[in-house]
Design a protein around this ligand. Structure first.
Ligand code: SF4
Ligand code: SF4
Ligand code: FES
Length: 317
């Protein structure tokens, strides 16, 4: 009996030590954490980051463009290059000029050359180390600082007629045209372009031939990607005219298929592939598929009047 009771007390001692010992340890940890949370936070070590930014003001007559250095603390800045530019503009130099709008890669406004590659400032993360150099998009006329003249680029885009052309002359916007899911999906990878011009301004052919006089100018990868998108659209009826236009402008053969355009596109599109496909179409090696569906969607039935609209309807009739 004595032996049994001594064993029981032995194990009781061990177990109670373990449990109460752990509980008190946890309690101590918890108290330490509370004390740390209530204590004033120690000042963070500043993470200083330098940016060298291209500056040009057309009003400073005779003054050449310069690179201006700004330093910011990354502890107090959101993670993207556009955040850094916004911080510099609001806290250090309100004269710094650049385009931006959506800050999420949708509007295509904030294209610029960051550390040697054309990118969207709102989608590119700040590198914590080293100095980041920011220039306007290359080989474009600079209006001020990082803002370049988009007129020529957009005029070239308008020349490929970036809209649906139908044989019948319905009033635009009055009819819905049918398109099968498969035909719609075949446009994936071509309709997502946001016209940021990162591709065109990284294309050596566009540098040399993009700004020559019409009709010998090279439309560039962005406009040609759109040309392919409208040619392949199953609802479009102007395929032959569109192809003829590209042949006349001698456009697609200026491309050397180096694919600088594809490697820098922030939307991960492949303008180089679109141009290769255009060549096949122009050369007759590829044909546009027949549409799975054609024609207009049936008109929607007239909506019944709501009770509160009944008076208006009856007064009209
Ligand atoms: S293809 Fe890409 S890089 Fe070129 S304009 Fe469109 S989104 Fe920008
Ligand atoms: S593949 Fe053609 S369009 Fe693209 S960068 Fe090269 S030359 Fe320019
Ligand atoms: S701000 Fe719109 S794409 Fe960058």
């Amino acid at each position: 009996m004595n032996l049994i009771s001594s064993r029981i007390s032995f194990w009781r001692n061990i177990l109670s030590k373990r449990f109460y010992g752990d509980a008190s340890k946890k309690k101590l940890e918890c108290e330490n954490k509370k004390a740390a949370a209530s204590a004033p936070a120690a000042p963070k070590k500043p993470k200083l980051k330098k940016f060298k930014i291209y500056r040009y003001n057309p009003e400073d007559k005779g003054k050449k463009p310069t690179m201006q250095t700004y330093t910011i603390d990354l502890n107090d800045c959101r993670p993207m290059i556009l955040d850094a530019l916004n911080k510099i503009k609001s806290e250090q130099d309100s004269s710094l000029t650049y385009r931006r709008s959506c800050r999420e890669g949708i509007c295509g406004s904030c294209g610029m050359n960051i550390d040697g590659i054309n990118r969207l400032a709102c989608l590119y993360k700040i590198k914590p180390k080293g100095t980041t150099k920011i220039y306007p998009l290359p080989h474009m006329y600079v209006i001020k600082d990082l803002v370049v003249d988009f007129n020529k680029f957009l005029e070239q885009h308008s020349r490929i007629k970036p809209y649906l052309i139908r044989k019948s002359k319905e009033q635009p916007g009055t009819t819905q045209y049918l398109q099968s899911i498969k035909d719609r999906e075949s446009l994936d990878g071509y309709i997502e372009c946001i016209l940021c011009a990162c591709c065109a301004t990284s294309c050596p052919e566009y540098w040399w031939h993009g700004h020559t006089k019409k009709p010998n100018d090279f439309l560039g990868p962005a406009a040609l990607l759109h040309a392919y998108r409208w040619i392949m659209d199953s609802r479009d009826h102007a395929t032959a005219d569109r192809i003829k236009q590209l042949t006349n402008y001698y456009n697609i053969y200026r491309c050397h298929q180096i694919n600088n355009c594809t490697s820098c596109c922030p939307k991960r599109l492949a303008p180089g592939v679109a141009i290769a496909n255009l060549r096949l179409l122009v050369g007759g090696f590829k044909k546009k598929n027949k549409p799975d569906m054609d024609g207009a969607a049936p008109a929607e039935p007239e909506k019944a009047c709501k009770v509160e609209d009944e008076d208006k309807c009856s007064s009209k009739s």
